[in-house]
Design a protein around this ligand. Structure first.
Ligand code: SF4
Length: 364
């Protein structure tokens, strides 16, 4: 009996049958957890379309694909079923590259990954990730240098490249722009000639913040920006993985000597491919006793996991909806809730697929 889910009901019968077969191979079972996982994946599967890239597409099929800057073809119509198909292929053929630097510096991204899910941390350190569309959008927005342009606009009256910039200043974020207005930008991590990494040898930590500013009192602060599609999430919620990333820069990049930082969520609207910023939410984070203890605890936990090579997994706490949003999902063998621990580095054993006979109806 293949796995069935009402979330698949928009697909044809054959597609539903095929999806059920793939889900079963991946170890999922019929029920609430799979429904919840698919319910989120349904709207996000297209983010992973580069996973199913093809090197060559016959000329008569090219209208269904787009040739990317990397010289590979990706499907224009990438669905949840395409995602499941690619996940099975990736796991079956081990279609991924392994990273070599397992023992090197801990990065801010590692800490953020660990806080999101320790399994994702192990995957992220072991396997080269898949390029997500949201990552490409983020890079494009970063390269627009919105904040440096705003800073010049606010401090020197230069015109900003974000035409509606003033409209984004509201009561909820005014404290941030007031600070920017009286500050000088001293470091931008997105410029070609800027220093790529700052190192803390004592903590075995390395990081590259987005921006460093100096305020009118001569204090340094860090700004970490994220670009989020508007329809996802509430504007007053800041994710703890993003908070820990910013906090790690403040706490561990001693060279920057920053005592606080801002986490900035730029929300954008996607109007038929034309993306524009429509909202800005900001959280100020300061280094104090509580936040220092938090970041130190996370770093110690990551160190322990790397040293011991094993971490327990409380299966009942795995959240299928979270798995549907996870950047490591396609490489993750744990989201089917079958393993009570996870190794470091991430073992290929977790990619074992269940043997399931190919549905007869699909052979016709
Ligand atoms: S898919 Fe789920 S279990 Fe796997 S790393 Fe992501 S959040 Fe963790």
């Amino acid at each position: 009996m293949m796995v069935h889910s009402h979330i698949l009901s928009d697909f044809t019968e054959r597609q539903q049958e095929y999806a059920g077969y793939l889900l079963e191979r991946l170890g999922h079972e019929k029920g609430k957890a799979t429904d919840e996982y698919l319910g989120v994946l349904k709207d996000r599967a297209y983010q992973y379309k580069s996973a199913g890239h093809r090197m060559n597409i016959p000329e008569d099929k090219q209208e269904y694909y787009t040739l990317t800057e990397d010289g590979v073809w990706v499907s224009n119509d990438y669905s949840m079923v395409s995602y499941l198909h690619d996940e099975v292929n990736i796991k079956y053929y081990k279609k991924y590259n392994l990273k070599s630097n397992l023992k090197g510096y801990i990065t801010a991204t590692d800490l953020a990954n660990y806080v999101f899910c320790p399994i994702g941390f192990s995957i992220g350190r072991t396997i080269e990730g898949i390029k997500l569309l949201s990552g490409e959008t983020g890079t494009r927005f970063h390269n627009l240098n919105i904040l440096p342009n705003w800073s010049r606009h606010l401090t020197q009256g230069e015109s900003s490249n974000t035409s509606k910039s003033e409209d984004l200043i509201e009561d909820k974020n005014r404290f941030f722009f007031d600070d920017i207005k009286k500050s000088v930008l001293t470091y931008s991590g997105h410029q070609d000639n800027s220093k790529k990494y700052f190192v803390n040898k004592d903590k075995n930590f390395v990081g590259q913040p987005d921006y460093v500013f100096k305020n009118r009192l001569g204090e340094n602060y860090i700004v970490e920006e994220k670009f989020i599609q508007e329809r996802t999430g509430r504007s007053d919620v800041f994710y703890k993985n993003h908070k820990i990333q910013l906090l790690s820069y403040i706490a561990y990049l001693k060279e920057l000597n920053a005592s606080y930082g801002y986490l900035v969520y730029w929300r954008y609207e996607n109007d038929y491919g034309d993306k524009s910023i429509v909202d800005c939410s900001v959280l100020k984070i300061e280094l104090n006793e509580v936040t220092s203890a938090w970041i130190d605890n996370v770093l110690s936990a990551v160190d322990r996991f790397r040293e011991s090579g094993s971490h327990s997994v409380e299966v009942e706490y795995l959240n299928p909806r979270k798995c549907g949003t996870c950047v490591h999902s396609m490489h993750c063998g744990h989201k089917n809730q079958k393993y009570g621990s996870v190794s470091y580095p991430y073992s290929k054993e977790y990619h074992k697929l269940k043997y399931v006979e190919f549905p007869k109806a699909l052979k016709k």
